[in-house]
Design a protein around this ligand. Sequence first.
Ligand code: PA5
Length: 446
Amino acid sequence: MAPISLNTSYLSGFIREHELSSVARQCELAAKILEDRSGDGNDFLGWLDLPVNYDKDEFARIKAAAEKIKSDSEVLIVIGIGGSYLGARAAIELMRSPLYNSLKKDTPDIYYVGNSISPAYLNDVISIVGDRDFSVNVISKSGTTTEPALAFRIFKDLLEKKYGKDGAKGRIYATTDKARGTLKELSDREGYETFVIADDVGGRFSVLTAVGLLPIAVAGCDIDRVMEGAALARADFKADFEKNDCLKYAAVRNILYRKGKSVELLVAYEPAFAMMAEWFKQLYGESEGKDNKGLFPASCIFSTDLHSMGQFIQDGSRIMFETVVDIKKPASDRFIEKDPANLDGLNFLSDQNMSLVNRRALEGTVLAHTEGGVPNVVLELEDTSEFSFGYMVYFFEKACAVSGYMLGINPFNQPGVESYKKNMFALLGKPGYEDAKAALEAKLGR
Ligand code: PA5
């Protein structure tokens, strides 16, 4: 059975039946353009067939590398940013735990660096690693991104000091382009084990490549099941609109956007989903936010954020709709015992599992927010298993691509990301940026 199903029953006051059927045709057309590979950015569609068409030899090498890291390292340092970071962390927190590093386990702790330029954060990770054995997985498709390159310089040095140049070599795993970029050149020169991010798979669509799979496997997750889940999604989401929840989700988003909703709030009731929401935000934000168009992707974890953002959602500007991820089976449950004294008055919650209390919170909130004028679409997710994760990744990726084509933008580029980099390089005095530096310094009044 499919691990995701879309519940649109709470949308009845917001979207009429005929609206869905009229947008259905546009949605199917967008999906056809995607499948035909005839749309903008069609040289970045490798992710579409990845679940069935991946390099089996490399997949075996990923598993072998994960086993080696598990056997010789107490800590794995994952270096990457954006699409070269979020997927792995999202997966590990969802399938294992957001408290993964603190759990009793027989797999290495995993820390993520190179996702900011904060020296304080980097220093904290270095001190947490201490004198434990560690390995590094440096991930950068371009092989030139400043944040991970800087972090790698520091961790490479730490490894070489601890294990010597040869010893360090056996503890560095580089995931990068097959031919281009500084990281590839360095890896070839130094003899690191490398994994390839194919040319036709963009960063934010790369979680089902070595980018995500190596750290995921090190965390003890079954990457075969991840790929099987994605493969089922690939097959399921080729169906006609009426039987295709992925296309329906894209259509619903598009209709609500056209009705003036400018924010999509992705909501889940499990803290384990928080990084998955970060992955979602990058996927949709970087794909759709172009040409002055696009839904702004935001996220909340409930009931936590009902105590901070709940007021705004219920009662503030009517700018948003919610996509609620309803995880049917939490990773574990807890029975609430009756307390004979009942001093806290909470016996009305007892004699049942805590997950049921969480479920009632979800149901009550969906009804309250809907009544408050916030459209709610519910994504029912079976569980947080590897299979469901793989299925969900493909669901969101395909819905994102279809949504982008419906919006008339190229979902696979990110021209806007370059602007900050140019200014930062100029201000740092990178060779070739001299003129820009003078102009920026003047603007800063220096
Ligand atoms: O999705 C994207 O393309 C970006 O988020 C990149 O993944 C991110 O900028 C990191 O790039 P790279 O992997 O080249 O270091």
